[in-house]
Design a protein around this ligand. Structure first.
Ligand SMILES: Nc1ncnc2c1ncn2[C@@H]1O[C@H](COP(=O)(O)OP(=O)(O)OP(=O)(O)O)[C@@H](O)[C@H]1O
Length: 322
């Protein structure tokens, strides 16, 4: 269980100087402003949940994850991982956590991939037999064998990400913080990583906090989504709740048995956009009207032959909350 209470992180940022020698004058400046990277955030994540942690660039996502992992110390507020503070019980918490920052590898750049696993296994104090089992299993699941002997710097991005995921899972932690695990990957590599994350959540019961700018990752994987904006929490709930909250219209295309003649216009939450012979295109605000109610209204226009509904794109919904 992860418990975050009133978590806040301030950074001191130098105020940039203008005019001649601005670069060097900024470096030497004593003028600071306080930046609230994370501001009074609270949430709890029970065991086994798969939570998306999203927000625009600079919202404070990575800063939160660094505080959850004990890499950064909060300015105020607390984090507890199974009742322990990541900062004060660093070692005990490190055993429970697997952390991945997709933009930065935790592997040793110039060493063969396998050597990084050896070093990490030694750091976590894994017994030789246990180490062999873990590496063998992860190598099979993430298809690492073809490049185990290759230096990390020569891996493709997809291979490097798989190796980093294996590194995060090597000591078999129960909780995973994954910051952008699909960044820059092609469609197939993304799909494979998503499938892997889904499996370790569903089949092995791992608790996952996932940060990503890829809304397909969130929609396909997460049962719950937490949105952070300018350091503050702006939504915490399920994806259907987020859809309802934003209330973007659902598109309905209805074909009637005979020609329909209606004045294009609005029936409160249902709005007729286009009439083309026997087909009527309408949008329905689902925050105000259910699909069934919309259908009942559309039935009053004639006998329906076929109906097609398109839910608003999740990415568009998220843009509305940012
Ligand atoms: N070490 C630091 N010193 C000063 N300011 C910082 C530091 N780290 C982060 N910030 C600032 O805190 C804010 C939040 O940054 P953070 O990296 O947590 O955002 P993010 O949501 O992860 O963004 P992105 O999606 O771009 O990765 C930003 O304005 C950033 O410039």
């Amino acid at each position: 269980m992860i418990t975050v209470s009133n978590l806040t992180k301030q950074f001191r940022q130098t105020v940039p100087k203008e005019g001649r020698f601005s670069g060097i004058r900024t470096l030497l400046s004593r003028d600071y402003r306080v930046k609230y990277a994370v501001s009074d955030i609270s949430f709890t994540i029970p065991e086994g949940e798969f939570v998306g942690y999203i927000g625009p660039n600079g919202a404070g996502k990575s800063t939160t994850i660094k505080m959850l992992a004990g890499i950064l110390h909060p300015t105020s507020g607390t984090v507890q991982i199974d009742g322990l503070s990541p900062h004060r019980h660093r070692r005990a918490v490190a055993r429970k956590l697997g952390v991945l920052f997709g933009q930065r590898t935790q592997l040793w750049w110039d060493l063969p991939t396998a050597d990084s696993f050896d070093i990490l296994a030694a750091m976590y104090g894994l017994e030789p037999q246990r180490k062999r089992e873990r590496i063998g299993m992860l190598a099979e699941l993430l298809e690492l064998d073809p490049f185990m002997a290759t230096p990390v710097r020569k891996l493709s991005l997809g291979q490097r990400m798989r190796a980093d995921i294996a590194a995060a899972l090597l000591h078999d932690p129960d909780i995973l913080f994954f910051d952008e695990p699909t960044i820059g990957l092609d469609v197939t590599a993304k799909k494979n990583i998503r499938e892997f994350l889904r499996q370790i959540n569903r089949e092995l019961g791992k608790t996952i906090l996932l940060t990503t700018h890829d809304m397909d990752d969130i929609e396909q994987l997460c049962t719950r989504v937490i949105v952070i904006n300018e350091g503050a929490l702006s939504f915490d709930g399920t994806i259907p709740e987020l859809r309802r909250r934003i209330g973007l219209p659902t598109l309905m295309s209805v074909t009637y048995r005979g020609e329909v003649i209606v004045d294009s216009g609005v029936f409160d939450a249902l709005s007729i956009k286009e009439i083309d012979g026997r087909t009527v295109i309408a949008t329905c605000n689902r925050a105000k009207m259910s699909a069934m109610e919309a259908l009942r209204l559309l039935e009053t226009l004639g006998e329906i032959e076929d109906i097609h509904m398109e839910e608003p794109n999740f990415e568009d919904i998220v843009h509305h909350i940012y």
